[in-house]
Structure formats: structure tokens, C-alpha cells
Write a protein that binds this ligand. Sequence first.
Ligand code: FAD
Length: 391
Amino acid sequence: MPRRIDTYLKDLIPEEKFAFYETVRGFSDAEIAPHLLQWERDHRLVPDECIRAMGELGLFGLPIAEEYGGQGGDHTDLLLMGLALGYHSQSVAITPGAALSLGAKPLQLCGTEAQKRAHLPALARGERMFVFGLSEPGRGSDAANPEVTAVRRGSNWVIQGEKCWSTNARWASHVIVHALTNPTGANGKRSTCFIVPMDQKGVFYQEMQGKKVWEQSSTGSIMFDGVEVPDDTILGAENDGFKVMVTTLNGGRLFIASLALASLAFALDKTRVYAEERIQFDNKPIGRFQRVQDVIVDMDIALERGLSWLMHCCRLYESNALSREQAAKVKVDCSRSASELLGLAMEVCGGVACFDEFGLIRHHNDLFVTRVGEGSNFALKDLIVRPLRGK
Ligand SMILES: Cc1cc2nc3c(=O)[nH]c(=O)nc-3n(C[C@H](O)[C@H](O)[C@H](O)COP(=O)(O)OP(=O)(O)OC[C@H]3O[C@@H](n4cnc5c(N)ncnc54)[C@H](O)[C@@H]3O)c2cc1C
């Protein structure tokens, strides 16, 4: 049976975009799907050769302008990559996804011309990778008030503290550190972002152990022990670090929504096929039971609704018209509905759904990240409620 997601995408995006999606889908089917189970069972991160192959396909340069060595694509291309790669594995998809939506994006949005020329070409080729250093052990949702500090010393800054949950830390060349620089400033004007090389003296990285979601994605803790950096490593303006981070997150949240829908699309196909193949009671498929059909139909509705909404938000994002509330809403809805429906899809498939080779349990676990990552859904509702209260 053709993938249900393809039917909807054909209606939603132009032909050339669909052709690009098909290319990445083909790569995902040939280079990821056949190996995924073994990578999982061996507890391997995305292998270097897979990262290299994604680089050769141009995925690390997708929405980077051609003048900086990228493919000159847009955010729609990034989301299509998320849908195509995420169908098999969110953790593979988030590798170029975070490298672009959280790593290169703040540089594209807030970098100086010199910073862009220095980094974007190597980022586009996949030879460098930036990670997004916002979260800390003691600061998750309360990200505006970092405990990591940067203190002026002569013409330099000295950075001290720890970032954690940093996606792609294993492959990172640089980390964008969000640090407290102005403790007595107004809310949102207390911090600054710095571009810090991972091989700088005083920077230490450790892979976080024991994570049972996004298992092939690198998630690191990064320590800064008296790390000295000059003024020209500041990204954006001094004390405007939170603005840099928040501006970046709008696009990142759309990418997270694409991963949630990719998991939902996989689960829908898996479940509807299984429901027709699982024969019991009078030699008939379980797909004839109305409650089973109910789950499948609800997944189909959620997928079509989510894709239409996501593409609408993406068009607004590309014309600089997407509000923080809109980005938050689509991320909350896609991640929540996909998570809830995944649980029901597993129930439809019964015991077989418990096994890694069936694939649903992987998506079920990974969907948890889409609910807490890039702003936990509960915390994002603080944003969404503002216009409802006339604020
Ligand atoms: C796999 C993975 C990868 C990640 N990658 C990155 C990365 O690359 N870079 C990065 O900087 N961060 C990253 N994160 C961190 C992620 O953004 C945080 O986990 C998220 O912001 C929530 O922070 P927390 O986990 O500390 O939860 P907390 O802030 O401790 O919140 C816990 C819970 O409290 C509730 N809560 C908190 N605040 C509110 C509120 N205002 N209103 C209502 N309820 C609330 C919510 O239920 C929330 O889930 C990653 C996380 C994961 C799991």
C-alpha cells in the first residue's frame, strides 16, 4: 500500500518539493531502515558513514543560502527532510535537523557577515556542526535565567558552568552558549550568546548515558571551566542572548512537529496493514472491528490535519509572519495527538507491538521527546494562553 503521508503531501506541496521529499525518502528506505534495528541493539549513535552520506546528499546545507555554500532551500525542505527521515527514525532525522534548525539557524538569523562567512560553508558541507546550548541541569523551562555565567575580563569573556541535553554534542565543532552576562538586567535582557569552539581550552564534553529515547542521537553534557573567548564570538547583541534563542526556537518547534507527524505516519501505515493481515475469529481480519477502525481513522485525520497545519505555519514562517503562539500550538498539537494515538495503535497491534523489530515502540518512546523538547508542552501553554487572556 502507498504511504498515506504521500497522498497528503502531494496535495500540499509543489511537484518539485515532492520530488525532493521522494529523494530523501528513498535514501531513508535504503540507508537507514535496513540498519536501524542493529544500530539500536548495538546501542550505536548514528554511524559516521551515515552522517557522511547525509552530507553528500546535501542535507546539512538544505536551507543555507547558495552564496554561503548551501542548497538555497527553505524551511519547507527542512520539514520534508524531517518527515522523510523521521518516518523510520526520529533520532537520525534530528541529527541534520538540529544541526540546521538549532545550530546553523541562529547564525543565519543573528550572525554578523564575518561570522556567516567563517562558518556557514563548512556547516553546509557537514564538516562542522553547531549545537544549541540553552538547557542546563538546573535550568530547563526557565531558560531565560541561565546559571552558566560569562564575565568580562579585559577584552575577553570568561565562561563558567554546565550545559546539558545538547543534541549532536558528539559531532559538534562549536557550541552556542547562552550565558548570564547582566544579572541585574530586565527579564530577557540578562544573557548573551557566544559561539565557542568545542576544542577550546576548558571545554569538556560527556555523552549523557542511559537515554532510552532518540537512542541514535547524541545528547551531551558540556562543561565550561574558565573558558576565555573574545568579543567577536558574541552572536547577536550583548545581553540579547535570550532573544537569539527564542527567535531560533520558532523554526525548531516546526521541525519537532514534523518529527511527531513522521512517527504518526509510520504508525498509521504499520497499523492499517497489520489490521488487515491479522486474521482471527472466523478467519477474518481484526480490521473489521469498529474499534480498530476508529483508531486507524483517528490517526488518518490527525495526520492530514497536522500536515496541513504544519505547512500553513511553515509558509507563515518563511514570510516572517509566524507568531510564537502559532509555532507553539502546532508543536503541542502534533506531538500530543501523535503520542496519544501511538499508544492506541500499539494496543490495536497487541503483543507484537512490544518488540523492537515491529518499530512502534521506537516511535512511541521518541514521541516523548517531541512533547518535552524545545519547550515542554505544559510550559508552552503559558505562551498560548496569553492572547486568550487578552495579554
Ligand atoms: C533528547 C533531548 C534532546 C534535547 N536537546 C536539547 C538541545 O539540543 N539543546 C538544549 O538547549 N536543550 C535540549 N533539550 C532540553 C529540552 O529543551 C528540555 O528538556 C525542556 O526545555 C524542558 O526542560 P526540563 O527537562 O529541564 O524540564 P523542567 O523545566 O524541569 O520541567 C519539567 C516539567 O514541569 C512542568 N513545567 C515546567 N515549566 C512549566 C510552566 N511554565 N508551566 C507549566 N508547567 C511547567 C512541565 O510538565 C515540564 O515538562 C533536549 C531534551 C531532550 C529530552
